[in-house]
Design a protein around this ligand. Sequence first.
Ligand SMILES: [Mn+2]
Length: 381
Amino acid sequence: MSLKKEVIVLSDIEMGAGNLTDDFISDRLLAELIVELSNRPHPVDLIFNGDSFDFLKCPSFQTNQLVYHRHITEKVSLNKLNLIYHAHNKVFRALKKFCKTKKHRLIFTIGNHDMDLVYKGVQNKIKEYLGKPKNVYFKEKYRYKNIYVEHGQQYDFLTRINFDKLFLSYKGDTILNQSFVSFGIISRAMELKENHPFMERIFPRKQLLKLHRSAIKKITRRTVGYFLKSMLYYPIRYYYDPTYTYPRELFRELYLRLKNVHWDVDKVIPTFKRKKRRSLKQGKIFILGHIHEKHIEDHKGVVIVHPGSWRDEYDLDMNTRKLTSRLKRYVQVLVTDEGTEYQVIDVPVDRSFFNFDKVIKNEVKYVMLAAKEERFTPALV
Ligand SMILES: [Mn+2]
C-alpha cells in the first residue's frame, strides 16, 4: 500500500489584525503543524477551508486610526491584509516554507469572512508574501478523488456569497458584494465586539445568554434594530448605496435566529444535504467548515465532517462556571492505490481553565491572558 497523497483540511482559522476583534492566537501551534507537513516525503494538499483570514472583523488603518469599512475596495482589502500579515507573520513564514516543496499544494477556499480573497490583487499579495510560489490556489471548492471540500456559507442564506455577482459599483469604485449579515456586522457589531472581546469565544451561546443578560440584550436590541431598519428605513435613506439591500426571507429568519441566539452562523448540514442529495453517494467524504462545532457523521458510507475552528474558543460549564479551552482539529485524508482513509486529528494546547464570572468582569484582561498562555503577542492591543 503506497501513499500517493495526503490531504489536510483546516477551517475557520480567522487570522485578524492582532487587535481586540482578532480571535486567533494559536500561531505557534499552527506554524508547527505546517512545518511538520512541509517535511512529509509524499505530496501534501493543504487546504485552508475558508475564513482563514478574518477580513470581515479586521479593521483597516487609515490616517492613524483603525476603521471598519462597509465599502470594501481592493485597496481596503490590501490594507487589511497588510495588518494580518504583520500580526500573524509566523503562520505566513511556515506557509512560505511549505510552498517551497513543489509537489505540495496550498489551497485557500473562500469563506464569508475572507471574501476579499476574490480580489486578484489580494491573491497576488499573498503569493508575494509566500515567495511567489506556483503551488498556491484560491478556489470556491476543492475536489480530489472522492473528497469534496468547501467552506459551507453557501448553505446559509444570510451568509452566502453571490459568486455570479461578486462586486458592486459604488460611487465609481468596485466594492465587494458581501452578504447581508456581513454588511450588518461591519456596520453595527464591531464596537460591541471591541467592548466585549471575549464573549464571542464562548459556547454554547444559549448558556451564555442565561448568564450574561446585559450584553446579550445589547446585541439582540442592535440586531433587531438593524434588521428592521434594513427593511423599512435604509432602502430609502441609502437609495443610491447598493450595499443596503436585504434578502426576502429575512423576517422569518430574524425571528428564528433571535430565538436561538445565532447572529451570524447557522447550521449548514441540513441545507447541504438537501441541496447535494444527488451527489451524496457511498464512499464520498464531504468536509465543511463555517459552523465552529466538531461534527462527524458516517452514515451508509457517506461521510460529513466539520473539524471545528482554530479560533480561541471555550466551552462553558453551567454548573462549575468553568471555561475550558477547545481543542484544535484538522481532517487528514490518506490517498493510496486502494482508496482513501480519513481521520480527524486533535491538536492539544496546554491551557488553564478560566472562570466565567471573572472573565466577564474584565474581558480584555482574559483576552491577553489567553494570548500569553499560547505565547502570542497581539500586535495592536
Ligand atoms: Mn464562515
